[in-house]
Design a protein around this ligand. Structure first.
Ligand code: FE2
Ligand code: FE2
Length: 338
C-alpha cells in the first residue's frame, strides 16, 4: 500500500509485461504506467516463471514468441496457476491450436499483433473488468457477512449503512469518479465505515450519557481499528480510505490523523457529507429526525470547516440524484433552499 503524507493513495493495478525485446518492453511499461498501472517487466519465460511465483499481479501480459514453443507448458501453467491474475497472451494468432490450449488452461484472452496501443489497453481493461464482475457476487457475500457481524454488536443499523453507501457512491459519481471497480470499493468502504466499532467496549459503545474524555479517546480509535480489520482482506484494500478517514474534517480538526483539505482522500470527503446527512435525517434514541431545511443549513454552515466546499456544492447541485433514498419516505423536501 502506498503512503504519502499519511494519506493512503488509491492502489494501482499491477501488470507484469513479458516481452523479449527490451525497447518494446519498456514502451509497453510506459504505456501501462500512463494508464495508472504499476508495471513490472520480464524478458523471458524463465523470468516470467520466477516473477509470478513472487507476487500476485492483477494482469500478466505475455507477448508470445514462436521460439518459446518448447517452453509452452510453463506458459500454460502460469495461465491457470494464479486465479487472482488475469493472463492475456498476445502475438499467438494465427496459431489457433496454441491459443485454444492457453484459453483452456485459464488465459482470459489471446490477442493478435495488430492492435494499437489504445486497443491493447482497452482489451486488458475489459478482461480485468470481466474478471472482477465474475468475482463480485462472492465479494458481496463476504461484505454482507462482515456487516452481519457488526449488526450483532448493534453498532449501526444495516439501513443506515446501506443508505450511506448508496449516497456516497452517487455523490462520488457526481464528483466525476466513474471507474466501475473503484466505485464498488467505495460502496463497500462506505457500507463498512464504522466496522471498527466492533473493537470498542460495550460500556462505551452503548453508553446512554455523554462520553468522558477517556471514553471519547477510546471511541475515536474506531477508524484505525476498522483500517486494521480491512487490511487483512485483500479485496477491501481499496475501501480502506473511507473507513480510516471518514471522521477527518476539511479544516484539519478531525481524527485520526488531523488531515486537512485535499490531503483527505476525495471518497472520505464524500462519505463525511453522506454520513452526516443520514444521521440528521434519521430518528435516534436521543432525538427525532431533523428537517431537510436544517440539514441544508448544517451543510452550508460547515462548508469549508467540517466539509469540503466543492463536495457540498456538488451534493447540493445534484441533490435529487445524490439524496434519492430520502425522497420516497417524504422525509425530504428537495425543493427546500437555504
Ligand atoms: Fe464513525
Ligand atoms: Fe455512520
Amino acid at each position: 500500500m502506498l503512503m504519502l503524507f499519511g494519506v493512503i493513495m488509491k492502489p494501482k493495478k499491477s501488470v507484469l509485461i513479458v516481452e523479449e525485446q527490451d525497447e518494446l518492453r519498456r514502451e509497453l511499461s510506459r504505456l501501462f504506467e500512463e494508464h495508472q498501472y504499476e508495471a513490472h517487466e520480464a524478458g523471458d519465460i524463465e523470468f516470467l516463471w520466477r516473477k509470478t511465483e513472487l507476487a500476485g499481479f492483477d494482469l500478466i501480459l505475455i507477448h508470445w514468441r514462436p521460439e518459446w514453443y518448447p517452453d509452452r507448458f510453463r506458459v500454460r501453467a502460469v495461465c491457470g496457476k494464479y486465479p487472482e491474475s488475469v493472463v492475456i497472451v498476445a502475438g499467438l494468432l494465427p496459431d489457433y491450436e496454441l491459443a485454444v490450449d492457453f484459453l483452456k488452461a485459464g488465459a482470459r484472452d489471446c490477442l493478435g499483433d495488430t492492435l494499437s496501443s489504445t486497443e491493447l489497453v482497452d482489451a486488458c481493461e475489459a478482461a480485468l473488468n470481466q474478471h472482477f464482475r465474475a468475482l463480485r457476487p462472492w465479494y458481496n457475500q463476504s461484505v454482507m457477512a462482515i456487516a452481519a457481524a457488526i449488526g450483532l454488536r448493534d453498532v449501526e443499523t444495516e439501513e443506515h449503512c446501506q443508505r450511506v453507501s448508496n449516497t456516497t457512491v452517487r455523490l462520488c459519481r457526481a464528483l466525476g469518479l466513474d471507474q466501475e471497480k473503484h466505485l464498488q470499493a467505495i460502496r463497500w468502504g462506505a457500507f463498512l465505515h464504522d466496522v471498527g466499532k466492533v473493537g470498542i467496549p460495550d460500556s462505551i459503545l452503548h453508553k446512554s450519557g455523554s462520553l468522558d474524555p477517556f471514553e471519547r479517546q477510546q471511541m475515536r480509535r474506531h477508524p484505525e481499528i476498522g483500517r486494521d480489520l480491512l487490511a487483512r482482506i485483500p479485496f477491501l484494500e481499496e475501501s480502506i480510505p473511507l473507513v480510516l478517514f471518514h471522521h477527518e474534517r476539511f479544516d484539519g480538526s478531525g481524527y485520526p490523523q488531523g488531515l486537512r483539505g485535499e490531503e483527505i482522500p476525495l471518497e472520505a470527503r464524500a462519505i463525511a457529507v453522506a454520513d452526516t446527512v443520514d444521521a440528521m435525517l434519521s430518528n435516534r434514541v436521543y432525538r427525532s429526525a431533523q428537517t431537510w431545511e436544517t440539514v441544508l443549513q448544517e451543510l452550508q454552515d460547515h462548508r469549508g470547516s467540517q466539509f469540503d466546499p466543492w463536495v457540498v456544492d456538488v451534493a447540493l447541485g445534484h441533490r435529487e440524484t445524490v439524496f434519492q433514498d430520502y425522497i420516497s419516505g417524504s422525509l425530504v423536501n428537495l425543493e427546500a433552499s437555504v
